[in-house]
Design a protein around this ligand. Structure first.
Ligand SMILES: Cc1ncc(COP(=O)(O)O)c(C=O)c1O
Length: 459
C-alpha cells in the first residue's frame, strides 16, 4: 500500500449526532419514516436506480466465479443428519465456513476486484450491520483497498471490532441500516469513495450468484433450493445461476415475518419501505429490498415464505445439536421454513438449504438456545400450590426428580395466597427431554396436586 493510501487510512470522520435529524424536535416514528423515504429518493446510489433497475445475467455470475477463484472458499454442501426426520434428501450449503463467516465475501471481493485503478485508490464505503461490512473489510485489507463502513448503533460490538482488526475505518451512526446508508452515501459524495450496497450493487449480486453455481455442481440432482432473503441480493444472483443451469429446480425464498420486505415488494409490484421489527435474523432486517435484486429475482423465484421467531430459534438449536454447526438467525431461516412444516410437497425430494452465515455472538447464542429449548417443549414453566408444612416443597422436588426432570429455577411465595394460610405457591422452570417427557410430568403432578398451572403466562 503506498503512502497516499496510508494517509487516507488515518483520516478521522467527525460524527455529528444531529447530522440527519434535529433530535430536539423529536420526530414521531411516522415523521422519521417519511423523512427517511424522502432522503432515500434524494441521495442517489448510481448503481441502484429505482427507475432503471439492472437485471443481472449468467455471464456476470460466471465472470464473478472466474475473478474470485483462489480468493473465496468453496464451502462444502453436505447431506444433513436431519434428512430422515424431515423425509427428504436434505443438503446444507455451509457458507458460514467462509473466513468472515458469511457468503457476503463472494460479492464483496468481486466488486472490489472490478473497481478501476482510481476507484481502488480512492477507497470504498458501505453501510452494514455486520456481514457485508466484515466481508468488505477483510477483502479490502487483502487487496490493499481502504474500506470505510458505517454501522448502525445496534451492530454487535464483536462485528465492529472485527472490522477494525481488518483495518477498516468504522463509523457507528444511525438508528437502523437505512439511516446508516444515508450517512454513508453523503460521505461517499464528499470524499469520492465508491459506495457499495451490500445487497443491490450489480457486482454484489453477480458475486453472490457464485454460491448458486457451486450448489449446482455439488448437488446435480437438486429439486429445490431454499435461500434466505434480506435485501434480496443472494437469492437474485443464485437464482440466475440455478435457473440457467437447472430450469426445473424450484427456488424458495425465506424471510423473517418480522421484516417481510420482499413479500411487501411482491404485493406492491416494486420495492416498498417496510418498518422492520426486531428479529433474531438481524441480517435480514432490511427495510426495503434492492431494486436490482428485486427486478432480477421476481420472475425466477418460485415462492417466498415467512418464518416466525420461534422457528428461527429452534433451527439454531437443531443445527448446534444435530449438525455441530453454529449458524446465525439470518442464516437458518431456510431450515426454519422446513421445521415450520409448510413445505409438504418437498417430501422425498432433494432439497438444498443455504446456511449463509455464522456470526452470532456468544451471549446471544445462549439466549437463543434457551428460547429454542422452550419452543421445542424442553424448557418448561409451571406453578404448583403445595403444603407450607415442613417437607411440602421437598416432596414436590422429589416427585419431579423421580422421573428425571431437572429443575433450573425455583421461586416460592406465600403473601398473596388468600385462600389457604397453610399453602405456598411454587413457580418452577425445568428442563425435560421433550414433549412426551413433559406430558409424563404433567400427568404425575396432576395425581398429587390440585392446583397446577402451565405455560408462558404463569406468574
Ligand atoms: C447470514 C445472512 N444470510 C442471508 C442474508 C440475506 O442476503 P441478502 O441481503 O442478499 O438478501 C444476509 C444478509 O446480510 C446474511 O447476513
Amino acid at each position: 500500500m503506498d503512502e497516499a493510501d496510508n494517509d487516507h487510512k488515518n483520516e478521522n470522520f467527525e460524527i455529528q449526532p444531529n447530522d440527519i435529524y434535529d433530535e430536539e424536535s423529536l420526530p414521531t416514528p411516522l415523521d422519521r419514516k417519511n423523512s427517511l423515504l424522502d432522503t432515500y429518493k434524494e441521495i442517489e446510489d448510481k448503481f441502484c436506480d429505482p427507475d432503471n433497475p439492472v437485471i443481472i445475467t449468467m455471464e456476470s455470475v460466471i465472470a464473478a466465479a472466474f475473478a474470485n477463484r483462489g480468493g473465496i472458499i468453496k464451502t462444502p454442501c453436505t447431506k444433513s443428519q436431519m434428512s430422515n426426520n424431515l423425509g427428504m434428501h436434505l443438503y446444507f450449503k455451509k457458507e458460514f465456513l467462509q473466513i468472515t463467516g458469511s457468503f457476503k465475501e463472494r460479492g464483496a471481493r468481486y466488486t472490489l476486484l472490478m473497481l478501476s485503478a482510481e476507484e481502488k485508490k480512492n477507497g470504498v464505503i458501505a453501510a452494514s450491520a455486520g456481514n457485508h461490512a466484515l466481508a468488505l473489510s477483510c477483502h479490502g485489507n487483502d487487496l490493499g483497498i481502504q474500506v470505510t463502513v458505517v454501522m448502525p448503533v445496534i451492530a454487535p460490538i464483536m462485528k465492529i471490532q472485527a472490522c477494525q482488526q481488518y483495518k477498516a475505518n468504522v463509523i457507528v451512526k444511525g438508528e437502523n441500516i437505512a439511516e446508516s446508508r444515508i450517512f454513508a452515501l453523503k460521505l461517499a459524495k464528499e470524499n469520492n469513495y465508491t459506495y457499495i450496497n451490500g445487497f443491490d450493487h450489480p457486482n454484489i449480486l453477480a458475486g453472490a450468484g457464485t454460491m448458486g453455481l457451486e450448489i449446482v455442481e455439488q448437488v446435480p440432482d437438486m429439486d429445490c433450493c431454499i435461500i434466505p432473503i434480506g435485501g434480496g441480493g443472494l437469492i437474485a444472483g443464485s437464482a440466475v445461476a440455478i435457473k440457467f443451469l437447472m430450469p426445473k429446480c424450484k427456488i424458495i425464498g425465506v424471510e423473517s415475518e418480522s421484516c417481510a420486505s420482499y413479500s411487501a415488494a411482491l404485493a406492491n409490484g416494486k420495492p416498498i419501505f417496510t418498518s422492520p421489527n426486531s428479529t433474531l435474523a438481524d441480517g435480514l432486517a432490511v427495510p426495503i429490498v434492492g431494486f436490482n435484486a428485486f427486478a432480477t429475482a421476481k420472475n425466477i423465484v418460485d415462492e417466498v415464505i415467512t418464518v416466525s421467531e420461534n422457528y428461527i430459534a429452534l433451527s439454531i438449536l437443531r443445527l448446534v445439536e444435530q449438525e455441530k454447526a453454529v449458524v446465525e438467525g439470518a442464516g437458518v431461516v431456510g431450515l426454519a421454513a422446513l421445521l415450520q412444516g409448510k413445505q409438504e410437497e418437498l417430501k422425498g425430494k432433494t432439497v438444498v438449504v443455504a446456511l449463509c452465515g455464522g456470526n452470532i455472538d456468544t451471549p446471544a447464542l445462549g439466549r437463543v438456545i434457551e428460547r429454542g429449548l422452550a419452543a421445542d417443549g424442553r424448557l418448561i414453566k409451571f406453578v404448583v400450590t403445595v403444603s407450607d408444612r415442613p417437607g411440602g416443597i421437598a416432596d414436590l422436588t422429589r416427585l419431579i426428580a423421580s422421573i428425571g426432570v431437572s429443575i433450573k429455577e425455583i421461586f416460592h411465595e406465600r403473601a398473596w395466597l388468600a385462600s389457604n394460610m397453610f399453602a405456598v405457591k411454587v413457580k418452577i422452570i425445568a428442563e425435560t427431554k421433550g414433549p412426551s417427557h413433559t406430558k409424563e410430568l404433567k400427568d404425575l403432578l396432576a395425581l398429587y396436586y390440585d392446583e397446577v398451572f402451565w405455560g408462558n403466562n404463569v406468574h
